[in-house]
Write a protein that binds this ligand. Structure first.
Ligand code: NAG
Ligand code: NAG
Ligand code: NAG
Ligand code: NAG
Ligand code: NAG
Ligand code: NAG
Ligand code: NAG
Ligand code: NAG
Ligand code: NAG
Ligand code: NAG
Ligand code: NAG
Length: 636
């Protein structure tokens, strides 16, 4: 019984639907254009030539009010993409759209003088005609005019909440159109909601989702391939995207590569910025890609110099070389105060800064409000520009295509950075010299260890071997820090060079040493056993050469007597063999430039081993002489 009744009800319902459909298709008048003498009243529609879009009056959701809008003509789910009188609804069915003689659209009520909406075009009208194009663009143009720039008016200049293919989002610079989409207040009310998506102008402009006038979620600047905040460009397989920046406009647009794909991007009042596509099979819209993303899209979640990473236990972290300004607040997940530097910058605009830059990878670049763009300079020039100005905190390529080009620099605090698991951009952040040199060494050593089989020692192992770097184990002081003697668990004796954590002096020498010594193997050269890069520590582990340096013998009255002539000859011969290897036989061709008795170590059999390559220079394999531009070396 129940079943029958519902069946019956369904029957009646479908009858009504069919009837309504028949009525509407027979009664509603469809126009393909409107001219000065004509009008469009409630019940009539204007249809695009290919039948894709339709303009007419509608009531959204459960509202009774009437709005003039555009929707898809051949999609059964009424989907409005544009509304004319968003803030001024008509209370009944008396709305009329007309074109006046000076080429403006007027939305009025039949019988009253009230204007609910109108356009203001100053262009010269001559037989103006209103047409709805198959792109969904409603255009008012002079008869025969096909140049969009000469249109009297077009709805694409006044987007609602929907960003359609071939529409532009951004800024028109000549007339000042702000091509932005703004959410409806609710599904029943198309008036202006709180959320919008548009271009935030700066030297390196970027798109943002705004809550009123406040940034809510930065899409980030366009880097030539994608918006910095959305490195996954999978949709470029389906959509042709274009970013235009010239004196007339800065704009972004997209278009499906396949004609039959129906897609739209919408911002709504729950700040969801979503791309939908029409699914023929299920006859409904589907999310194509939610641009709303994860927690890390929240603008400025982690404060200055913090970054957001969804894979960390705490989503906010300080960049390397920074720590939370307030540890207490940070631990209770209040990140607003951000992070501050571990060590201050040395910058002083007057003098050459000793600061450097540390390269961070896989990022969404920081907020670009305070940036400077130099499109035609290299990354090296960019670095120099940035170094010279103490408020320049970071730089990178403005365009990442083809290995990168252009230069963008950030001034003031860096905010709203995030880290991606894959993809993302490089950013060079200003750091005190020590940090930046150290990071260079770190980067090199990690890469080196990756590429070769140079063993990596654990810090605990080395610390134990040297009795926690005790003073008793210190056997010398090199150019870049102390040297310790140690003994590994298996009894092997080692010498550990520890990069001083306080001075930047010797950093370049340290790097040179690592680069060279790691590639050299000869019985008359001191042997690098491995290294240790952990946290702040960078350590080089060498074989321990028991009899110390040659100078201890030859400049010491008593010890010098211990060396007889055959031994002295053996030492000289060994050093010469080592040098011959460096100068001629090794792949690199190296000039030590600081060879002296204190850099020659003697093993248990008094075999000499050359050490300390910090000053060395390499030459091409077939280059036999070079111009050294400075005299180096130390007294000896
Ligand atoms: C046409 O409408 C516009 C906008 O309302 C108005 O400024 C203009 O004066 C009107 N022109 C005529 C001839 O009524
Ligand atoms: C305005 O209303 C009058 C009377 O109801 C009607 O005759 C006329 O056709 C309407 N005008 C338009 C343009 O719909
Ligand atoms: C948007 O801004 C308003 C006013 O500042 C605020 O009350 C509201 O919480 C914000 N909305 C969201 C989702 O953050
Ligand atoms: C980007 O897309 C690729 C493949 O489509 C996927 O493997 C990867 O995890 C995505 N990366 C991010 C950060 O979403
Ligand atoms: C906004 O869009 C999202 C995704 O489609 C949806 O879940 C949410 O309900 C929408 N909110 C409103 C107010 O329409
Ligand atoms: C976070 O800290 C700031 C000041 O550091 C304070 O103004 C704000 O109220 C705190 N927020 C919360 C949620 O406690
Ligand atoms: C800055 O440089 C100028 C000229 O080079 C010099 O006269 C001045 O003393 C310097 N000031 C400081 C604070 O170093
Ligand atoms: C950069 O170079 C291009 C092509 O060489 C040129 O058209 C453009 O004007 C230059 N831009 C600036 C800011 O110099
Ligand atoms: C540094 O750059 C900023 C931004 O371009 C500029 O306002 C400031 O004058 C520059 N400072 C110096 C010392 O050049
Ligand atoms: C070294 O290799 C590891 C793992 O293979 C990788 O994550 C890391 O990025 C590499 N480091 C460098 C500097 O190439
Ligand atoms: C060199 O070291 C070994 C082992 O410590 C020692 O036996 C030898 O006497 C040393 N030779 C000289 C010349 O000091």
């Amino acid at each position: 019984m129940k079943y029958l009744r519902s069946c019956h009800a369904l029957g009646i319902l479908s009858f009504i639907v069919i009837l309504a459909y028949l009525l509407s298709s027979s009664l509603a008048t469809e126009l393909d254009s409107i001219r000065v003498s004509q009008s469009l009243s409630d019940g009539m529609t204007l249809v695009s030539r290919g039948g894709k879009f339709e303009l007419g009056f509608f009531s959204p959701g459960n509202s009774q009010k009437r709005y003039l809008g555009i929707w898809y003509k051949n999609i059964p789910v009424r989907t409005v993409v544009w509304v004319a009188n968003r803030v001024n609804p008509i209370n009944d069915f008396s709305g009329i759209l007309t074109i006046n003689r000076t080429g403006n659209l007027l939305l009025t009520e039949n019988g009253t003088e009230t204007t609910f909406w109108s356009t203001f075009s100053r262009k010269q009208a001559k037989n103006p005609v209103l047409e709805l194009l198959d792109s969904g663009n409603l255009v008012l143009r002079n008869e025969g005019e096909s140049n969009p720039k000469a249109y009297l008016w077009q709805s694409f200049d006044y987007p609602s909440d929907t960003f359609l293919p071939n529409m532009k989002l951004g800024r028109e610079l000549q007339n000042g159109f702000d091509w932005r989409i703004t959410s409806w207040k609710s599904p029943n009310d198309p008036s202006l909601g709180d959320f919008s998506v548009g271009l935030v102008i700066s030297d390196y402009p970027e798109f943002s989702v705004m809550n009123g006038t406040k940034k809510f979620n930065r899409l980030g600047p366009w880097n030539g391939l994608y918006f910095s905040g959305y490195p996954n460009v999978s949709y470029t397989y389906i959509f042709e995207v274009s970013f235009v920046t010239n004196k007339d406009e800065i704009s972004y647009s997209y278009n499906a590569k396949i004609d039959s794909v129906i897609s739209r991007i919408v911002i709504n009042q729950s700040h969801s910025f979503t791309q939908y596509f029409w699914d023929e099979n299920v006859q409904n819209w589907r999310y194509f890609e939610s641009l709303s993303g994860d927690v890390c899209v929240t603008y400025d979640l982690c404060g200055a110099y913090g970054y957001c990473s969804v894979t960390e236990a705490h989503v906010c972290q300080c960049l390397k070389g920074f720590h939370p300004k307030s540890r207490e607040a940070w631990n209770s997940n209040n990140f607003t105060q951000g992070c501050i530097r571990d060590k201050p910058l040395s910058c002083n605009n007057n003098v050459t800064s000793t600061d450097g830059f540390v390269k961070y990878t896989g990022l969404k670049v920081p907020d670009t409000q305070h940036t400077k763009l130099h499109e035609n300079i290299t990354l090296d020039e960019c670095r120099n520009f940035c170094l010279k100005n103490c408020s320049c905190m970071a730089y990178t390529n403005s365009d990442i295509r083809g290995g990168g080009s252009g230069c963008v620099m950030w001034f003031g605090d860096l905010i709203d950075i995030r880290v991606f698991q894959s993809g993302g951009q490089d950013l060079y952040i200003r750091m005190p010299a020590f940090e930046s040199e150290k990071s260079k060494i770190n980067e090199f050593m990690e890469g080196y260890v990756n590429d070769t089989d140079l063993p990596l020692f654990d810090l605990l192992t080395i610390s134990t071997a040297t009795h926690k770097f005790s003073l008793n184990n210190k056997i010398g002081q090199g150019g870049f820090g102390p040297v310790y003697k140690g003994k590994l668990a298996d009894g092997l004796e080692i010498a550990v060079k520890r990069l001083s954590s306080s001075s930047t002096q010797g950093m370049p020498e340290f790097l040179t040493e690592v680069k060279l010594i790691a590639k050299l193997q000869h019985r008359n050269l001191v042997k690098l056993l491995g290294c240790c890069i952990q946290g702040e520590e960078i350590l080089l582990v060498y074989e321990y050469v028991v009899n110390g340096s040659l100078d201890n013998f030859i400049f010491d009255q008593t010890k010098s007597k211990l060396l007889d002539w055959p031994q002295r000859f053996g030492i000289i011969y060994g050093v010469t063999r080592g040098l011959l290897y460096l100068h001629q036989d090794s792949r690199l061709r190296i000039i030590h430039r600081d060879l002296k008795a204190s850099n020659v170590l003697l093993d248990v059999k008094l075999n000499p081993k050359i050490s300390d390559f910090g000053m060395a220079r390499t030459f091409g394999g077939d280059q036999t002489e070079g111009n050294t531009n400075r005299i180096v070396g130390t007294y000896g």
